[in-house]
Design a binder for this molecule. Sequence first.
Ligand code: SAM
Ligand code: SF4
Length: 335
Amino acid sequence: MTAPLIDPFARAITYLRVSVTDRCDFRCVYCMSENMTFLPKKDLLTLEELDRMCTTFVNMGVEKLRITGGEPLVRRNIMSFFNSMTRHLNSGALKELTLTTNGSQLHRFADDLYAAGVRRVNISLDTLDDEKFAKVTRWGRLKQVLNGIDAAQKAGLRIKINAVALKGFNEPELPKITEWCAERDMDLTWIEVMPMGDIGNEDRLDQYWSLKDVRAEYENHYSVTDLAERTGGPARYVRLEETSQKVGFITPLSHNFCESCNRVRLTCTGELYMCLGQEDMADLRGALRDHPDTEQPLENAIRTAITLKPKGHDFDYSRQAVDGRMSRHMSHTGG
Ligand code: SAM
Ligand code: SF4
C-alpha cells in the first residue's frame, strides 16, 4: 500500500469506475446514435493492462471498483478480468467489485460473476413494455434482459434497477416499475438525462424529465418520506410507505452533490476523468505502456491527476439550453 489518494478539496478517492469497452449491443436513444463509430481495438487497454491499472489504484487506496462501459459483458473474455480482481477482494484491499450492465448477457455470466466475488449489480432498464423497450434501446429485447435478471437473482446477486427518467415515455409506468421492483426485492433509482455526446436526431430538452417532477408524481400514488441517508454519490432517497421501499434519485443537474464526491473514472483507453461533468482528463496509458516493468510512473501520473480533480461540474439546463454540454458519450467515460 502507498499513501492514499486525497484531492485538493480533502476528498479521499476510494471509488474507481472503469469502462472496459465503448461498444454495446444496444443503441439507447439518450446514449448513442444509431451509427456509432467505435474506437480501434489497438487503442483499448488490454485485459492485462486493465488489471495493472486497477491493481495500482487498489494499492493507492481504492476500495470499490465498478466495471462499466459501453456494455462491459460484451467485451471478449471479460470474466478473466473479473476473476483476476478476485484476489484483491480476497486480500481485503478491495471491499466491493461490481458492475453496471444492460442485462443482455447476464443469463450467461451471472453465476460466474457471483463466483468471482460480485454481490451486487446495477441493471439499466427504463420500461417494462416490449415495444417501448425495443424503441428506447433500438437493438435490445426486453425478454433477454428479464431472463438475465432472473439468472442474476438465482445466482444470489442483489440487483439495483437504474431507470432513466424520460418525459412522456416511462412517466405512465412509474407505479408499475416501482411495484415490480418491490415485488422482486430490487432497489430502484431514477436518473436524469445528462447532456453527454452527440446522439443523432434526439432532442435532450424533449427527453428531460426533472426528478422534482418524478418525485411529485410519486406523491400522486404513495406517501413519500425524504430520507437523510447519502451514500457518497449523487443519489438522494425517499421511502414509500405503502411498499416499504426505498427509491433513489440521481439528479446531477438539479443538485450539487460534488462536495462528497469520492470517485474518478477510467476510460477503456486509459484516460482518467476526475469529474463526469468536466473535460479535464489525464492520459494514463502512456505511463502504463512505456513502463512495463514498474508502476512508479503510473502512480506518479495518478497522483498528479488527482491534484486536478475539480470542485464540481458545470451541467446546466436552467436556461433552456444545454449548457456545459460534454462532447464525449457516456459509453466512453462509463456511466
Ligand atoms: N451499458 C451499461 C448499462 O446500460 O447499464 C453500462 C454503461 S451505461 C453508459 C451506464 C448508465 O448510463 C446506464 O444506466 C444508462 O442508462 C446511463 N446513461 C447513458 N446515457 C445517459 C445520459 N445521456 N443521461 C443519463 N444517463 C445516461
Ligand atoms: Fe449501451 Fe448502456 Fe449506452 Fe444503452 S446506456 S447504449 S446499454 S452503453
